[in-house]
Design a protein around this ligand. Structure first.
Ligand SMILES: [Zn+2]
Length: 348
C-alpha cells in the first residue's frame, strides 16, 4: 500500500510507560494506515521528518471556543477541543467552520446549557442571549434535549449550581439524562454547591465538567464516581496559579478520585478567566500533584493512541514528556485529520 504521507521522527509515544525509538507513521485518507519502527517503513509519495517526540493530537476537554482564538490552540498542539456550553447562534457555525478549516482544531460542542428557570448561567453578566435553555419540568427537559439533538451535540451540558441560583429538581434531571441516553449522548454536569455532585451521579450523569470544589466529597461518593464517571480537571480555574482554598478542595477530591481508579481528563475551561491560550502547564502540574503519573497525564490529554485506524491527528513536543510533562507546554500540531498544519502549503 502506498501512503499519501510518511511522517518520521526519532521518537514517539505509542502508549505505555516508555517512548518508542525512530518511528514512521503512514497516513492515508485522514487516518493512520501504518505505524512502526522506521527501518520497516512502507513507501509513500511524500516523506517528512519531524524534530521531536510524536504524540496523538492533544485534547482540551473543557473550553468555550467562541471566547478564545481557537487557531492558537491548534498551533499549541491541541487538535481537538470540547466546547462545554455556548449560544447556538455562535457555536454551531463555529463547529461547522472547524470541520473544513485546517487552521482550526476539531471542535466538539454541547451547545447551550440546560438549567432551571433563572439558574446559572442565564443571569450571568457575560452570558449572551440563549446561552441557556431553562427547563422547569420533565416534559420541558425532554423537549429541550430533542431540540438540541438536531445539532448532533457531543454532550448535553447541564448546570447544577445551587450557589448561583435555582437548580432543576430530580425528576427534571433524570428526564434530561434519560432523553440524552436515548440518543446515545452523554450528559456533562457543572456541579457547584452542597450535594449537587451526588445528585448528578445518582441521576446518571457520567461526566463532571469540573473537579468538584465546593465540598470534600465523602468516600462512598468518590468510590461511586470512580466506577462510572469521568472528571475533567479544571484545577487551575481556582487562583490561576495562586493557592486558594477552593483549589485545595478540588485537588484533594481529584487525588482521591484518581487513586480510587477514576478516569481523569485534562480540561482548562479556556475562555473563562485569565488562562494561558495553549496547553496550560499549571493544569498539567496540578494533574501531577493529584497523583497522575506522566503517562497517566498523557492519557488524560490525548484520545486514542497513535495506531492504525485512528484519525491522523498528531502533535509533537521538543523533549521527553514522560521525563518532563511540562514539555507539553511547548507542543505543536503536525497533522489534523491527515492534513499538515505545520506549514501553509496545505500539503501533507
Ligand atoms: Zn466552562
Amino acid at each position: 500500500m502506498i501512503f499519501d504521507c510518511l511522517l518520521t521522527a526519532d521518537a514517539a509515544w505509542l502508549g505505555g510507560r516508555e517512548l518508542a525509538g525512530p518511528t514512521a507513521i503512514g497516513v492515508r485518507e485522514g487516518e493512520i494506515g501504518w505505524i512502526g519502527p522506521l527501518p520497516a517503513a512502507p513507501d509513500a509519495t511524500h516523506r517528512e521528518h519531524i524534530e521531536g517526540v510524536l504524540l496523538p493530537g492533544l485534547i482540551d476537554y473543557h473550553v468555550h471556543a467562541a471566547l478564545i482564538q481557537p487557531e492558537k490552540l491548534l498551533a499549541a498542539g491541541v487538535t481537538t477541543v470540547m466546547d462545554l456550553g455556548w449560544a447556538p447562534a455562535e457555536i454551531w457555525p463555529l463547529v461547522e467552520r472547524a470541520r473544513h478549516d485546517p487552521g482550526l482544531p476539531r471542535i466538539h460542542a454541547a451547545g447551550p446549557f440546560l438549567t432551571a428557570p433563572g439558574g446559572y448561567p442565564s443571569r450571568q453578566p457575560w452570558a449572551p442571549p440563549l446561552v441557556a435553555i431553562e427547563v422547569d419540568d420533565p416534559a420541558a427537559a425532554r423537549r429541550a434535549v430533542e431540540a438540541l439533538v438536531a445539532h448532533r451535540p457531543a454532550t448535553i451540558k447541564i448546570t447544577l449550581n445551587s450557589q448561583a441560583g435555582p437548580v432543576v429538581d430530580d425528576a427534571t434531571l433524570h428526564a434530561i439524562v434519560r432523553a440524552a441516553d436515548a440518543h446515545g449522548i452523554p450528559v456533562t454536569a457543572h456541579t457547584q454547591g452542597s450535594g449537587q455532585t451526588r445528585r448528578a451521579q445518582l441521576a446518571g450523569v457520567r461526566v463532571l465538567a469540573h473537579t468538584p470544589w465546593t465540598e470534600i466529597l465523602d468516600d462512598r461518593l468518590i468510590a461511586d464516581l470512580a466506577r462510572d464517571t469521568t472528571i475533567i480537571s479544571t484545577i487551575d480555574i481556582h487562583g490561576w496559579g495562586e493557592p486558594s482554598p477552593d483549589r485545595e478542595i478540588a485537588l484533594q477530591n481529584l487525588r482521591r478520585f484518581h487513586s480510587a481508579g477514576g478516569v481523569v481528563r485534562y480540561g482548562t475551561d479556556l475562555g473563562n478567566g485569565p488562562l494561558p491560550l495553549g496547553v496550560n502547564t499549571r493544569e498539567i502540574a496540578a494533574l501531577t500533584e493529584a497523583g497522575l503519573s506522566p503517562t497517566e497525564v498523557l492519557d488524560a490529554i490525548t484520545g486514542a493512541p497513535l495506531r492504525p485506524g485512528a484519525p491522523a491527528d498528531v502533535s509533537v513536543v521538543p523533549g521527553d514528556p514522560i521525563a518532563n510533562p511540562a514539555v507539553l507546554g511547548q507542543a505543536g500540531a503536525v497533522l489534523k485529520g491527515g492534513q499538515n498544519v505545520t506549514d501553509s502549503d496545505g500539503g501533507g
